[in-house]
Structures are given as C-alpha cells and as structure tokens.
Design a binder for this molecule. Structure first.
Ligand code: TRP
Length: 335
C-alpha cells in the first residue's frame, strides 16, 4: 500500500444500489481499496431518519446492499465493511457535535434543504433527518477519514464536517479530529432515465445493479433523448440527452462517443442506434454483477458474518476517537 490515507464512504440501505451509486462512488471505491485504507459504512441509522415509521424498509436492505458491494468487487479483505447501528461511538459523537452546530446552520445545508422540499416534510420534518449531516460528520471523523468519495450532492456534508472539526479542535487543548476532503467522481452525477437531474430511488427513475436483461432493455428504450429529434436527419441535441450522458459515463471508448455526438448533432444518426450502443454497454456491465449478486444474496449467513467482522474492526477505531474526544472535552472516561 503506497498511500495509506483513510477513506470513509457509505450508503443508506433503503433500496438496492443503482447505476447512480455505481458512477457516483462504487466503481471508484473498488479502485481505491487497493491503495487506501477504506471503510464503507452501511448507514442504517441515517436510513431511518426518513423511514422512522417503516424500519423494515431499512433493515431489509442491509444485506441487499452488502451483496451489491461484494458483487461490484468490494473485497472485504481490503475494505472494512461496517454497520452504523452496530457502532455506538457514532451515535455518541453525534450527541456531542449537536451542541456546537446551530439550527440555522443545518437549515442552510443545500442538500438537506432540497431533500426536505422534495419529500414534502413541512412541519412533519423528523428531528433526526434535520440532524443527519451532524451524524455524517460523526461517521467521517470517528474513522479519522481524510477522503470521502461521494457524489457532488455530498459536498455540503464535507463542508459541514470540517466546520465541526475546526470547532471541536478549538475546544480541546490539542487537535483531535482530522479534516477531510471530498473525492468527486470524474463523471459527476448520473441523471435519471427519465431525464431528471438525479437518479434516485425515491424518484423512481433508476436502473439497479441487479436489473434483468429485460429491465435494462426497457429502461434504455424509454430513455429520454431529444424530444425535438423527430426525423433521423434532423440535427439532435446532446445537452440534456440522457443517452449521451450515459454513453459518457459507461462507454469504454471516448473517441467513439465523441464521433457519435458530432454525427447526432449535425443530423443523420438515429436514436435507436445510439440506444443500441448504450444497451450493449449496460448489458455487459450489469450481467456479471447480477450473477455474482444472486450468489451472494443466497447466503445471508455469510453476508452477516462478513459485516460483523468488519464492524468489529470499525468498533475499535471509532471507540478510540470517542474516548479521545471525551477526554479532550474533560468528560470523565469511566469505561
Ligand atoms: N449520506 C450518504 C448517502 O446518502 C450515506 C452516508 C452516511 C455517508 N454516512 C456517510 C457517506 C459518511 C459518506 C460518509 O448515501
């Protein structure tokens, strides 16, 4: 390992992982595990912040997400896979950090703001949901993570985490917490298959990593292109055309995609041909993931035991940070 920077990343287990996760962080994590010390947190507590009344939705997806990780190539020997609810230090750090973050500050977090609007919470906003960036700061700092591979919507979480780090470190005689940095994926955010800005389970515009051949075919067929590209010979729009966004994200040959874009823009290249090219890429990407995933999900005992082993390692690291913070604040550490 030539670079031992610590990475923390994670996902809420509220559904199977989809191509948005794959592009936004999964494929990057698979590469990073060879050169970094990586932790992946299954953030079930964070999942509960907007599923308080349907906890089964979260608990049912913990092993599903484990299977997604393993099927995409996360190696539990290299990456520590751990469960948020199994690590009490994360909850305790959250409690401590809550006292140094103002309500005004969490209200200003643009990601949380847009999620609140999208979910239509209004006055029914759960306290836990409002506070989830603080809990995410606890996750990141508990592992002393320096790098957080995440989609661009997570950038405000990193900023908020660093504010907490600065503030906490100013309260203790020597700095205890480490600052962190986002590691954004090169391709950026993947739009939904409907042309929506983001692929998201709650918007129903996803393609999961376990999608069947038919589902992939249907999704690509229904994919949003240029609504004004009525005849093949008409010039077509690339901007906002989901098929091209996906070709950018998934096609192995950049030159080919560039040539297709030029041809489409000047007219003469039909949507069907572009979609066929894309479908071929997606079928080739997802088929092996789907097969491996089906094997893993059959053996829940093994999935659970891998998660327990990872969580044990994560427990030791996160407890140490909690102890250091408590000591730094002058709280008696009794146990
Ligand atoms: N917020 C992330 C998501 O929506 C999940 C998450 C929880 C996370 N804790 C984290 C990501 C810490 C990175 C680091 O999926």
């Amino acid at each position: 390992m030539n670079n031992t920077k610590v990475i923390l990343t994670g996902d809420r287990p509220t559904g199977k992982l989809h191509l948005g996760h794959y592009v936004g962080s999964l494929r990057q994590r698979v590469a990073l595990q060879h050169t970094h010390q990586q932790y992946i947190l299954i953030a079930d507590l964070q999942g509960l912040t907007d599923n308080g009344n349907t906890p089964q939705k979260v608990s049912n997806h913990i092993l599903e997400v484990m299977a997604d990780y393993l099927a995409t190539g996360i190696d539990p020997e290299k990456t520590t896979l751990c469960l948020q609810s199994a690590l009490p230090a994360l909850a305790e750090l959250t409690m401590l950090y809550m006292n140094i973050v103002t309500v005004a500050r969490v209200e200003r977090n643009p990601t949380v703001k847009s999620e609140i609007a999208q979910k239509g919470f209004s006055r029914a906003l759960p306290v836990g949901f409002m506070a989830y960036p603080i809990s995410q700061a606890a996750d990141i700092t508990a592992f002393q993570a320096e790098l957080v591979p995440a989609g661009d919507d997570q950038q405000p979480m990193i900023e908020q985490t660093n504010e907490i780090v600065r503030k906490m470190n100013s309260l203790t005689d020597k700095p205890i917490l480490r600052h962190c940095e986002a590691l954004l994926s090169q391709t950026g955010r993947l739009p939904g298959i409907d042309g929506g800005a983001k692929m998201s389970k709650s918007l129903g515009n996803t393609l999961t990593l376990s999608a069947s051949e038919d589902e992939i075919h249907l999704a690509v067929s229904a994919m949003y292109t240029d609504p004004n590209h009525l005849r093949v010979n008409d010039p077509g729009q690339i901007q906002g055309n989901v098929v091209f966004s996906y070709l950018d994200a998934f096609h192995p040959c950049k030159e080919k995609v560039a040539a297709m874009k030029a041809h489409y823009a000047r007219g003469g290249l039909g949507d069907r041909i572009c979609k066929n090219e894309l479908e071929e890429c997606l079928q080739a990407l997802i088929a092996p993931i789907r097969t491996r995933r089906a094997e893993f999900i059959q053996d829940k005992a093994t999935l659970l035991s891998l998660l327990r082993q990872g969580s044990e390692r994560a427990m030791a690291v996160s407890q140490q940070t909690l102890y250091d913070v408590k000591r730094g604040l002058g709280l008696p550490v009794m146990f």
